[in-house]
Structures are given as C-alpha cells and as structure tokens.
Design a protein around this ligand. Structure first.
Ligand SMILES: [Zn+2]
Length: 307
C-alpha cells in the first residue's frame, strides 16, 4: 500500500474553549469530514468511521518536561525514543545522538532499502542543496541546519528531496502551502491556491510508496498566540487537506499526526502537555490506528503496511 504522512507541527488536542483554542472556531470542513463532522479537539478523538480512524497519541515519550520538536520528530520518523536516549525533550535541531538514531532508523531509509520509493514533498530552498553539495558542513557554514525530518530523509539519499524547479512545475509543495511566506522571503514564485497545492500533493504521493509533507506554521502560530493568525493558518491547512482528500487515490493510506501540542491553546506561549491526534484515512485505517498509542508507534505501523 502507498502511504502519505502529513506531519503538522504543534497541533494538539485542546479543550472546547473558543477563547483559547482556534480549532473550535476555524472553518475546517476537511478535518471535520475525518472526524464525523466534529472539530479536532479532545472530545472528538478517538473516532472511527468508514475508512477513517483517529486515535489519541501520547507525545510525552516517558520523559518529564514539555514535549519538543527534535525528540518528537525523531520518534515519529524512526519509532525510536531519542528523548530517553538523551534524557530530555529537545527543541529545534537534533544533537549528534539524535542524528545517529535518525540515520540508522529513518523511515525513509527503511522504505528505500526495501526497493520502494520515498519522497519528501516539501520544496527545499537552494541553500539546502548547496549545503549538501558542500558536504553538510557542521561548523564553517551555519546557513543551513537540518531539522530531524531532514536528517531522516537524508539518510535515504538526496534523491528523496524536491527543489524549487519542481515546486514551480507543481511537483512539490512549499512549507507555507500557498507561497505567501516564500514570496515575502523574496523567492520568485506564483501564489498557489491551497486546495490546488493539496491536489498537487496527491499527484506526487500517488507515484511513491511513502511521501512526507511537513507543515510547521501551526507551531509558529501557537508560539505567537495570535488568534486571527492561528485561524488563518488552520483554514489554509484545511483547504490544503481538502484538495488532498479529493485527489488522493482511494487505496492510498493517509496518516496525519503531530509531535506535540501548541496551537490548540493560545493562552500559553510554549508547547502544551496535551496529547496529539493521529488520524488515519484509507484501507485498513482502523487496524493501523489501533496500533498507535504514542509517537513511537507511528513509523512501525506505517512500515508494516507500506509496499
Ligand atoms: Zn514549537
């Protein structure tokens, strides 16, 4: 089966409190369609419907402290507990210990080693390819530092990455979906409708056994604590999901998950202790979802069905 993972940074299961939780008021019909018509909050999960299942997923990794991105993503993209290995939750960029875990157990690498195809749908900036071509320098050139997801993908080789030429041809998706941030950064890109970006994502995914798309503006909006911006981010994300659901083949498995809570509670600036949801849509969704209790269960569950 072909599998697409849609990784959304900082999207937890919050309370039914519209003053703190933008997911209660944002227009999100695509997400609701996966949850029996309900918004994504703790009262809506677990859920199971025809070809779809959502489960509560523990991001704590059995380590005290607020869940963070580098260790949470290491868990998601390897099934290994990097937080326990380094004794804490780590934000932002992986340490050498986490990089070693990501290199050895990367889901991308394991898919490619089986003779299957994997791709990272996000379009990477030219600076990334220059950094790789320069031998991934650690000290001399700090212009580029890889996230956990990037290290996991690099373990499979540079061929899994997509560039801005592919983005312009509709064969990749920007981290910001519609290019509004990339255009502000000065990149020469036409705006794209979020639903069209979702349909492009589905077309690329249909050609690969494993596809990852990563979106982190949710986490940024959570840290910024701006309700209007948070709703805009979520509604853009939902329109992308709508296009994706519309165009993804029926026999494709979609796995939506997150590394920790954040945007679901704008009353606090840091991440939250809330659990996240893992939403699975496609053939056997219930069987896959049932196996997932923590971030550590996602990669093994995907690796058992991909191919
Ligand atoms: Zn964060």
């Amino acid at each position: 089966m072909r599998v697409m993972m849609f990784f959304i940074d900082g999207l937890g299961l919050g309370d039914d409190d519209p003053a703190r939780n933008p997911l209660m008021t944002a227009e999100m019909p695509a997400f609701r369609s996966l949850l029996g018509g309900r918004p994504l909050w703790r009262g809506a999960v677990p859920y199971s419907g025809p070809n779809v299942a959502a489960v509560v997923t523990d991001p704590s990794l059995g380590v005290p402290g607020l869940p963070q991105s580098a260790t949470g993503q290491t868990a998601i993209f390897t099934g290994q507990n990097g937080a326990r290995a380094i004794g804490r939750h780590l934000n932002a960029y992986p340490t050498p210990t986490l990089k070693a875990i990501l290199n050895e157990h990367s889901i991308f690498k394991r898919v490619v080693e089986r003779g299957l195809t994997a791709t990272f749908l996000n379009a990477f900036r030219p600076e990334f390819f220059e950094w790789v071509a320069a031998g991934q320098p650690l000290q001399a050139d700090r212009r580029y530092r890889p996230s956990a997801s990037t290290v996991a993908a690099l373990a499979a080789g540079i061929q899994v990455f997509r560039d801005f030429d592919q983005l312009r041809r509709g064969e990749a998706v920007g981290f910001d979906i519609d290019h509004h941030v990339l255009r502000q950064m000065g990149y020469d890109l036409d705006p794209v409708d979020p639903a069209e970006a979702g349909r492009r994502a589905a077309r690329v995914a249909a050609e690969h056994h494993f596809t990852l798309y990563e979106h982190f503006l949710t986490d940024r909006a959570g840290h910024a604590r701006d309700m209007d911006e948070a709703r805009r981010v979520l509604e853009r994300l939902d329109r992308f999901l709508g296009g994706l659901l519309e165009a993804l083949p029926d026999d494709h498995l979609l796995v939506i998950t997150s590394d920790h809570g954040n945007i679901e509670d704008l009353s606090v600036k840091p991440h939250t202790f809330n659990p996240v949801a893992t939403i699975v849509r496609g053939p056997g969704a219930g069987d896959v979802a049932r196996r997932i209790r923590s971030l550590l269960d996602i990669a093994p569950a995907i690796l058992d069905v991909v191919g």
